[in-house]
Design a protein around this ligand. Structure first.
Ligand SMILES: [Fe+2]
Length: 249
């Protein structure tokens, strides 16, 4: 792929803090870490590349709807083992929420479905909705004092076909989060083209791993190197440090 960029980019200079705000590291609650050992391997991999803060955003969908007790137990076991291993990486909790009336209504009434400081919610990019319906759902979150973050819109067929819809939702205060794997081509050419187009237009607010396995953090590091090489170190740091740090407690 470096033919695209002429040569391999310089290694990414890890900022402090480095906040990976979209991950699936809680063990046994969704399609991410299956076991506590797997979750720990993910955190070790994240810390190894220089990530200082992880937000664990377990899916909140019809299929993955782990209740508070289950999430509390998974989080407690992970934090306890992190401490036992002498790890310094900080883990806090959010959710990645499906864009349905039911799920959005739940977010408006339950801060545990928001990002750690309760002021933002990570919403999975919907398919097949028109801009009006999308903006209405986001507007209702805003009226409840919650700023929406749209997760990986570049992977959505709807936005790939109609990228101008993203300009409309941004005008309504919605933040955009792009996946590292989209930048590196792992989600196909259309996702990569839209991710790079959004970056070129300075329309991306956060860059995250959306990690489901340890290797995904290395991919994030590489994607940060690409962003640094193409768009500058300041933007790369803003996407993984300056802006996502606003989500922390
Ligand atoms: Fe995710």
């Amino acid at each position: 792929m470096w033919r695209l960029f002429g040569r391999a980019p310089a290694p990414f200079a890890a900022p402090t803090p480095w906040v990976d705000m979209h991950t699936h590291v809680l063990p046994g609650v969704d399609d991410g870490a299956a076991t506590l050992a797997h979750a720990l391997a993910m955190l070790h991999a994240a810390q190894a590349v220089g990530i200082t803060h992880i937000i664990a955003t377990a899916h909140y969908t019809e299929r993955y709807a782990a209740d508070a007790g289950c999430l509390d137990a998974a989080y407690a076991s992970l934090c306890a083992q992190c401490a036992a291993d002498g790890m310094t990486i900080a883990v806090t909790r959010g959710r990645e929420v499906n864009f349905t009336d039911t799920h959005l209504a739940a977010v408006r009434s339950d801060a545990r479905l928001c990002m750690p400081n309760g002021k933002f919610a990570l919403i999975e990019a919907p398919e097949g909705l028109n801009a009006g319906a999308m903006i209405e759902g986001f507007f209702e979150l805003s009226m409840a004092g919650i700023q929406p973050i749209l997760a990986h819109p570049e992977r959505s067929w709807t936005f790939q076909q109609q990228p101008a819809m993203l300009d409309k939702v941004r005008q309504h205060g919605v933040l955009l989060q792009v996946d590292a794997k989209s930048i590196m081509g792992n989600h196909g050419g259309a996702a990569k083209r839209l991710a790079l187009d959004l970056l070129a237009r300075d329309a991306v607010d956060m860059l995250s791993s959306d990690a489901h396995c340890p290797e995904d953090f290395t991919i994030l590091q590489r994607a940060c190197g690409v962003v640094q090489a193409r768009y500058g170190a300041a933007l790369a740091a803003q996407l993984v440090s300056g802006t996502p740090a606003r989500l922390l407690p």
